[in-house]
Write a protein that binds this ligand. Sequence first.
Ligand SMILES: *Cc1c(COP(=O)(O)O)cnc(C)c1O
Length: 397
Amino acid sequence: MRDPTAFLKQEYDDLVRQEIDWRLKVLDGPSTPWCTVDGKKVLMFCSNNYLGLSNHPKLKEAAIEAVKTHGAGSGSVRPIAGNMDIHVELEKRLAKFKGADASLVYQTGFAANAGLIPQLAGQGDLIISDELNHGSIIDGVRLSHAERGVYKHGDTEDLARVLDNADRAEKPPRRILIITDGVFSMDGDIAPLDKVAKIGAEHGAMVYVDDAHGEGVLGEGGRGIVSHFKLSRSMVQVEMGTFSKAFGVVGGHVSGSKDLVSFAYNKSRTWLLSGSHPPAVVAACLAAVDVLEHEPQHVKRLWDNTARFKKAMKDMGFDIGRSETPITPVMVGESGKAKKLSARLYDLGVFALPIVYPMVAQGKARIRTIMNAALTNEDVDFAVNAFQKAGKELEII
Ligand SMILES: *Cc1c(COP(=O)(O)O)cnc(C)c1O
């Protein structure tokens, strides 16, 4: 008889043969600047924990306290019996932090995009995406019955072209939704959201920004890309984000008008049909918002470290791409070489993973570094020295 599961091994073996399978690294203990990866003490240089909040004492204490007061789990989905006082409080605090009328917290950022996007645009509508948008946006768009348009990465003239074509169509779309990442995670460049919002307004389109890598990083005190460009909420109607990156915990969220939030929680299937955050998670997220409001030094430190690292890398002759943020790609070119550089860096005590085809185009392999506010100057210099040594050995510089 044919084995109905034979494809599992075949397809996995294929990935291994092409060397594009994930070989998971194990972190022993917390995600701190110096941490233990696969049994070796290394400098963490590729986590999304930009501000070091995942191990901040206030977040840890809040999580422990919430277990004592509210238990280990929430007991249900939020629309039935899993909507605790702390879930509501978190949304109020987040909206205030963001300067929005209302916020809604999802289980993850992925769940926010996959749940909300298909509800915002359907049959007869048009969704227009930047070509390099995150996979969770792509999946959200796939779940929608709307027409799809794509514009060239960061190219607002191309966006205008797609919008003009839509306006001229025999049957123009009922609604138009423009979606872009705020910060693009592979290159670290910032979306021209000011221009996107202006063009969107001219065409009566709704604008949705996924600020997963901008929150806690860009804008006043880490308030994100809308704050960075000083845009009004009437121009960027949907600001989506995550608690899993700079906030150091886990969870997705959407901020905007009260109408947006009422619509979102009544319609997003991911929100309605999946259990709510356990109390420890909610309380840690609340503490993260609190830390961002009261300890501005972390965001400042992140940018100081970023400037120090970028300058040193440039001075040594590395190609560090077009990043404008604490994500610094170290361009290598060929996949094999990027893997070798990563392995050598690990030997030298720096943990930074290669990003290779198919995650980026062929010939664009790189080490993607992400800066962290918890690093000292000595830590940054330690990484720079490791890059110098390995870069020379591999004739990259
Ligand atoms: C990480 C990321 C997400 C997913 O967020 P999670 O909360 O981790 O699910 C969505 N969009 C972008 C741009 C991201 O970088």
